[in-house]
Design a protein around this ligand. Structure first.
Ligand code: URP
Ligand code: ZN
Ligand code: ZN
Length: 467
């Protein structure tokens, strides 16, 4: 009998701290040895010329999430996790949305029923708290955090989701007591409503005005307020999907004052701008997401946030709708105002190639920073044990990358449920050529070879840095 099930030979291994030539040996789904000239394995995978990286962990994806009357998300758990695997990912953290009045366990039951036998990659859930009643905060949340649902998201905007400051403080207090990590969507709800009403009165209703209804001060103010509320409770938070310098600098200032504020940015803030929402007719709807893409100076600021470590997380905020579909971006009401265009864009498959190409290949970040931003930091931040690195005893969740392969992003080449990609035409250098989940290939030679339902739900422990 061979000593190992599989060995990945002659590749260049990269972790968040080191890059080196090594063979990686796998037994029973875990990394069992890292060394030179390991040959005693049932299967030898030649990785000459390839990078051996931890599978991507995308800690911000929306899948099968109810998004308003008549609107249907373009991905279910099968298609989203298939796309994730093609994009070099082995783990996703989608949201479980609590409807108003709904017990959290009832919401979780629904999401588990959709996900449990459908996923190609491993996964866990963040809870979206839309209704922080005494029962939710006093009993439901503490029990669920203990069960491994140790992170949640709250919103400072969106009809039906926005919490007021009193409610936010209540959630943060419970998070502190229970050791949960809170993600905050920081945009000022009343300011957006006011600006939206004014734009509509002026007849400015095209998708382009989505960006004008949520300008940078709307995000900066809410970011500052979220940080201040977290400071009052003395609890870490994550400011998600940061789009610009002013919000980034709020986070940097807080970090310099010693506050545990994590920052996340996303591909749309590195490669899209508000001009993309200018498209003729409703074409601009393809790019409507919140916060909106800004301008080139904001893109530079987001790069600076990554380079200087203000942002530790790079996620997709995959929130897919079809474009040419009345249950998607072309919902009839959307023609009467940008207010009704579904917010969100697909990106789970393109997140890693975009950061690799624009970041590593163009010399803006190192390969080790890439691994940290796309895998290791997600595992550490959200209490995911034994994943996110190439290390002995860790799950063999591995992506093999060809750093020299060039490709152009195109809808035809993608595997998600949307009928478009906002990243169409972007030239990429560096592409994931195979993805392995717990020692078994999910994607190999451009083909899906994994099993639907092969991805497992994983309960998480205490988020990094929490008592
Ligand atoms: O536009 C976006 N980002 N939609 C997804 C929901 C959210 O706020 O993350
Ligand atoms: Zn959000
Ligand atoms: Zn999101």
């Amino acid at each position: 009998m061979a000593a190992f099930d599989t060995v990945i030979r002659n590749g260049t291994v990269a972790t968040a701290s080191d890059t080196y030539q090594a063979d990686v040996a796998i037994k029973q789904g875990r990394i069992a040895a890292i060394g030179e000239a390991i040959t005693d394995a049932d299967e030898i995978v030649d990785a000459s010329g390839l990078l051996v990286l931890p599978g991507g962990i995308d800690s911000h994806v929306h899948i099968s999430q109810p998004s308003g009357p008549g609107i249907v998300m373009a991905d279910d758990f099968e298609s989203a996790t298939r796309a994730a695997a093609f994009g070099g990912n082995t783990f996703v953290m989608p949201y479980c949305l609590q409807e108003k009045g709904q017990p959290l366990r009832a919401a979780l039951k629904d999401y588990h029923a959709l996900a449990d036998k459908a996923c190609y990659v491993d996964h866990s859930f963040h809870l979206i708290i839309a209704d922080p009643t005494d029962a939710v905060l006093g009993q439901e949340l503490p029990a669920l955090v203990a069960d491994g649902y140790s992170s949640l998201k709250i919103f400072m905007t969106y009809e039906g989701l926005a919490l007021n400051d009193y409610e936010i403080l209540g959630v943060l207090q419970v998070a502190r007591e229970q050791g949960a990590l809170v993600q905050i969507h920081a945009e000022n709800y009343d300011a957006i409503r006011f600006l939206t009403d004014r734009l509509e009165r002026e007849g400015k209703i095209a998708p382009y005005y989505h960006g004008k209804s949520r300008p940078i001060p709307v995000e900066r103010e809410a970011t500052h307020r979220a940080i201040s509320l977290a400071e009052l409770i003395d609890v870490p938070i994550v400011i998600v999907h940061v789009s610009n310098r002013e919000a980034m600098e709020e986070i940097r200032r807080a970090q310099m004052r010693g506050l545990k504020i994590h920052g996340e940015t996303c591909p749309q803030y590195l490669v899209l701008t508000e001009e993309d929402m200018q498209g003729l007719n409703m074409e601009g709807a393809k790019y409507v997401c919140s916060p909106p893409p800004r301008d080139h100076a904001s893109q530079e600021a987001c790069w600076e946030g990554l380079q200087q470590g203000v942002f530790s997380l790079f996620s997709s905020d995959h929130c897919p709708f079809r474009y040419d579909d009345e249950a998607g971006k072309l919902i009839p009401k959307g023609r009467t105002s940008f207010r009704w265009v579904p917010n969100g864009i697909p990106g789970v498959e393109t997140r890693l190639p975009i950061l690799f190409s624009e970041g590593v290949s163009k010399g803006r970040i190192s390969l080790n920073q890439f691994v940290a931003f796309t895998a290791t930091n997600h595992a550490k931040t959200y209490g995911l044990k034994g994943k996110g690195s190439i290390a002995i005893g860790y799950d063999a969740d591995i992506a093999l990358w060809d750093p020299n392969r060039t490709a152009k992003i195109s809808q035809e080449g993608l595997h998600h449920g949307s009928d478009y990609t906002p990243y169409e035409g972007i030239e990429i250098t560096g592409w994931p050529v195979a993805t392995m989940l717990r020692g078994k290939f999910v994607v190999r030679d451009g083909k899906l070879v994994g099993e639907k339902g092969g991805g497992r739900y994983v309960a998480r422990g205490k988020p990094g840095g929490m008592a």
